[in-house]
Design a protein around this ligand. Structure first.
Ligand SMILES: [Zn+2]
Length: 411
C-alpha cells in the first residue's frame, strides 16, 4: 500500500505495458537507426528494430521528429553540492546543515532525471557523510524521483591534503572527504564499501596549500593497496588527478577511471590506454569555474579551460576511453548535457560523444548489462529528445519524454 501510494504521489504516470514508441529515429547506444520503433513491457525493453510486432493491446506513442535514446548516464556528479557562485564550497561543507544539503540533493536528483539522465555516478558527498546512501535508497523505494545512483559516499583523501583550509592550525575543521593513509586507507575504503559505497573515490593529488600546483597525495603503494581492496569487493575505483605524476601512479595502481587530468601528458594517456583506464575530462567544471571568475566565454580561454580541452585531445589521440562526466554540482544540476556539448565543441565527434554518454559510460561503470543501450532485455530507461542530436548536440536539452524502468517520469 505504501509503495502504491508513493507511486501515485510521485506522478510516475506509469506507461501502461506493453507500449510501442515510434520516434523518427533510435540511437541504440552505438548507431542511429531511422525508422526504428521500440517496444517496452513492464520495466524492460522487449524489442527494437525497423519492424517491431506489437501485441494488439499495446499502447502506441507517436514521437514524430524525435530521437529516442537510452537514458543518459552522468559520469561525475556531486548531488550534494550546488553551484559555487551560489555558495562557496567551503561554506557548503562547513555551514550548511546536513538536512538542508539532503533536501537540495533530493531536488538535484529530480531535475537530473527530468533532464534525461537516468543513471548517475555520484563521486562523493563532499562533507555530507553517507547521505548519498540514504538518497539512493529513497529513490529506489519510490519515495522521491531520481536517477539510478552509483555512490561513492565520503571519498578518500590523504591526511592534510584536502579542505576546507585556512583556519587556525590548532582547530580541527570538518573535511570534505575522509582522511586516511597507509594501512588505514584500506580500512577506510572497506568501511565505506560496508556502509554502501558502490564505487571508491580517491584523490590522487591536490593543492597542499592554496596557490600551489597539484602534487601527489597517496604513494604508489597506498593506491595499489586500496585499489586491490576495492576490486576484491567488486567495486571500481575513480581517482581525482590533475598532475601527470598522480595520473601515472593511479594508472599503475589499477584504478578504473581518472577524473580531470588537465596536466596529462601524451605518455601518461598512452599508459592509461594500455591499462584500459577511462578518462573523465570534466570540461564543464573548468568552464564553470572560469566563468564564475569572470570569463565571458571569449577565446583565448583561461589556462585551465585550455588544459582540459588539450587533455581530451591527447587522450583521444592515445585511444583512451572517454567518460562523460561534468562534475555537475559545480554547475547547475539538470544541465548535465553541458559536458556533451563541450566535448563536441572540443573536437569529439557527436557519434562518439553520444556513445560515451550512453553505452560507453554504462560499460565503464560496469552496468552495461542493465542500462545504456536500446536492446531487448535491458531496463526501459529511455530519453526522447526533439530533433537530431548528431546534427545539433544542443537538442539533448530538448527533452520530450523520460522513462525510467518502464515508468514515465513526471515533469
Ligand atoms: Zn568531482
Amino acid at each position: 500500500m505504501k509503495a502504491l501510494l508513493a507511486l501515485l504521489i510521485w506522478a510516475a504516470p506509469a506507461v501502461a505495458a506493453p507500449t510501442l514508441l515510434r520516434p523518427a529515429q533510435v540511437w541504440d547506444g552505438s548507431a542511429m537507426h531511422p525508422g526504428w520503433a521500440v517496444l517496452i513491457d513492464g520495466d524492460k525493453i522487449v524489442a527494437a528494430g525497423p519492424t517491431v510486432a506489437a501485441p494488439g493491446d499495446a499502447q502506441v506513442i507517436e514521437l514524430a521528429g524525435a530521437t529516442l535514446m537510452p537514458g543518459m548516464i552522468e559520469g561525475h556528479a556531486h548531488l550534494f553540492l550546488h553551484p559555487y557562485n551560489e555558495t562557496s564550497w567551503n561554506d557548503q561543507v562547513l555551514h550548511e546543515p546536513l538536512a538542508l544539503r539532503t533536501v537540495r540533493a533530493t531536488n538535484a536528483a529530480r531535475v537530473t532525471l527530468q533532464a534525461g539522465f537516468t543513471t548517475v555516478r555520484d563521486l562523493g558527498t563532499e562533507g555530507a557523510g553517507y547521505a548519498d546512501v540514504g538518497l539512493k535508497a529513497a529513490i529506489d523505494q519510490g519515495l522521491t524521483p531520481g536517477p539510478r545512483m552509483l555512490v561513492a559516499t565520503r571519498a578518500l583523501v590523504a591526511t592534510g591534503s584536502y579542505g576546507p583550509k585556512g583556519f587556525d592550525p590548532g582547530v580541527e575543521v570538518p573535511q570534505g572527504a575522509e582522511e586516511a593513509d597507509g594501512t588505514a586507507l584500506v580500512v577506510a575504503a572497506r568501511r565505506q564499501i560496508g556502509r554502501g559505497a558502490d564505487v571508491v573515490k580517491l584523490y590522487a593529488d591536490y593543492r597542499w596549500q592554496p596557490g600551489e600546483p597539484n602534487r601527489p597525495t597517496f604513494s604508489q603503494a597506498e593506491m595499489a593497496a586500496v585499489v586491490a581492496a576495492a576490486h576484491d569487493a567488486g567495486r571500481k575505483v575513480a581517482a581525482h588527478a590533475y598532475s601527470a605524476e598522480a595520473m601515472r601512479r593511479a594508472t599503475l595502481a589499477g584504478v578504473d577511471s581518472i577524473e580531470h587530468g588537465g596536466g596529462g601528458t601524451p605518455e601518461v594517456f598512452k599508459l592509461m590506454a594500455a591499462h584500459q583506464v577511462t578518462f573523465c575530462p570534466t570540461l564543464a567544471a573548468s568552464d564553470a569555474v572560469a566563468r564564475n571568475r569572470g570569463w565571458n566565454g571569449a577565446e583565448p580561454a583561461p589556462e585551465a579551460v585550455r588544459d582540459a580541452r588539450a587533455a581530451l585531445v591527447k587522450a583521444r589521440a592515445a585511444g583512451v576511453v572517454i567518460c562523460v562526466g561534468g562534475d555537475v554540482g559545480v554547475f547547475a544540476h539538470g544541465s548535465n548535457a553541458r559536458e556533451v556539448e563541450l566535448l563536441v565543441a572540443a573536437g569529439m565527434p557527436a557519434t562518439e560523444a553520444l556513445h560515451a554518454v550512453t553505452a560507453g559510460n554504462a560499460d565503464s561503470f560496469g552496468v552495461g548489462d542493465k542500462v545504456g543501450r536500446i536492446s531487448p532485455g535491458l531496463l526501459a530507461d529511455i530519453v526522447v529528445v526533439d530533433g537530431d542530436p548528431l546534427a545539433d548536440v544542443a537538442v539533448l536539452r530538448k527533452v520530450r519524454l523520460v522513462i525510467k524502468g518502464g515508468a514515465t517520469v513526471g515533469r
